[in-house]
Write a protein that binds this ligand. Sequence first.
Ligand code: ATP
Length: 221
Amino acid sequence: MTRRIGLLGGTFDPVHYGHLRGALEVRDCLDLDEVRLIPSARPPHRDQPGATAQQRLAMVRLAVGEQSGPHGGLVVDDRELQRNKPSYTVETLESLRGELGNTVTLFMILGWDAFCGLPAWHRWEELLQLASLVVLQRPEQDQDLPEVLKDLLAARSINDPRQANAQHGQILCLSQTPLAISATHIRALLAGGQSPRFLLPDAVLDYIETNGLYRPLYRRI
Ligand code: ATP
């Protein structure tokens, strides 16, 4: 049978239960063999992350460690840290296609906010030649969809996950269990000296505390 692989790229600054739950629900809904979490080394579309690429990768590894085993299906893919240049998703997909071949079915998973920003991405129109898109609703979403994406949705979207069988080129919008968790909020809690516990795995929070991440500078001294 054709392998079905989900891909969730992100800054993961830090990884949290919104990412992990989303990955798991897409895996189950689309009957995927695995979902790869792919930390971005140098995100081209945003400010410099609060943690280094190696620290963000380490946190994703810790988070996925809790999900490993026969029912896990979440895997960490560090290929963007191996490249010494900005992390363009289209190049990541090309590299995955080069490695996995054209017969695997690839699903690129995006939150609604990321999907709305797609037209600013490098060579974005080629993404659908390499993978299908799975767009996750986010409870706090307030972005309007650009016209060009409305047209794309009209042309490419499918309503039934059971139709998600093309190797690439389809768009499926899914509602996951709504979790109004964002890395921005977690960083703000930590910067304000409050606890983000229960918004992210304990192992990730322990790592943040051990390494003094996201604290105002005066607290690190
Ligand atoms: P930040 O607040 O720093 O922008 P974030 O919480 O949005 O970070 P990212 O690493 O930027 O996290 O997100 C990676 C991907 O996961 C994006 O496509 C994003 O839309 C999606 N995502 C993040 N949090 C959620 C959530 N709570 N529910 C659904 N999708 C999410």
